[in-house]
Design a protein around this ligand. Structure first.
Ligand code: ADP
Length: 264
């Protein structure tokens, strides 16, 4: 572009080149702004666990030798905050990678029905007081997405459904196929999401109730990552929710190429 700008052939070409150049500058400026925002959000989120760790290290220094209680409690805090920071930095790295929209590698399609039942079997023993049920499909349904990515997407959404649902309640997962797509609906009868928050919950670091979400160990990054992952594989995620009644997260993914041909 630089070279062509130095030797424009006509006035028209010069005009077109200047316009392309301006668009490029505009996109670069947008990218720099996004990056600045990302760094500032990330530092803000890391500041809280760092302050907690620092505070408890000081407590140990002052009282640790005299009080076993202070020592044990502070060590517990430091361990759990360090774990939170580790999870947060892993999520940040993944999001930064996804935001570059890396080209996809080749991958095998995944059977959604069996993945959903694996996840159910994995989570049921961890949450015995939640009724976790799936509506099975008669045949395997293959989606055009790698298994580890689908597992991450489903675990994020199902774990949220469990996390924001009180003990004794239910989470239901339904898989079905409509035309060339697979739909996975994750329904819960939990705390729900207020209408004014719904448009923002897929944005990074957005939490409906910051203090409550922190209490649950939430970072506000899970849904941002989930959205990026589904979009990277040609799908999408949406939500419907009523406060105090529950939420439904719906994931659409393109059917695997072979099944698409058969059903076309
Ligand atoms: P977090 O790590 O805080 O759970 P997410 O990005 O996964 O972050 O979710 C963003 C916010 O959306 C959560 O903090 C919570 O307020 C809300 N949320 C997500 N799933 C549900 C759900 N099933 N029911 C109610 N609120 C939810």
């Amino acid at each position: 572009l630089d070279q062509r700008l130095a030797e424009p052939k006509s006035k028209d070409e010069l005009h077109q080149l200047t316009q392309s150049f301006n668009r490029l500058i505009h996109r670069l400026q947008g990218g720099v702004e996004q990056l600045k925002q990302f760094i500032s959000d990330a530092s803000h989120e890391l500041r809280t666990p760092i302050a907690t760790i620092e505070g408890h290290a000081n407590l140990i220094k002052r009282w640790g030798k005299d009080s076993k209680e202070v020592l044990d409690e502070s060590i517990d805090y430091i361990t759990s905050e360090a774990r939170r920071m580790k999870h947060l930095t892993n999520q940040l790295l993944q999001l930064a990678y996804l935001e570059q929209n890396q080209p996809l590698h080749s991958f095998e399609p995944t059977d959604v029905t069996s993945m959903v039942s694996d996840i159910k079997n994995q989570l049921i023993p961890l949450h015995p007081r939640i009724e976790l049920a799936i509506r099975p499909t008669a045949h395997p349904i293959l989606a055009q997405i790698p298994a580890d990515t689908l597992q991450q997407v489903l675990l994020n959404v199902v774990n949220n459904a469990i996390k924001y649902t009180l003990n004794g309640d239910w989470v239901h997962i339904e898989v079905n196929r409509v035309n060339q797509n697979v739909f996975i609906h994750v329904r819960d009868n939990g705390i729900g999401i207020p209408a004014e928050d719904l448009p923002y919950i897929f944005e990074r670091f957005y939490r409906v109730d910051k203090s409550r979400s922190r209490e649950y160990g939430g970072s506000g990054l899970g849904l941002a990552i989930t959205k990026k992952l589904t979009e990277l594989y040609g799908g999408e995620i949406s939500v419907q929710s009523i406060p105090d009644e529950g939420s439904t997260f719906s994931i659409r993914l393109p059917l695997e190429a072979q099944q698409r041909l058969i059903s076309a």
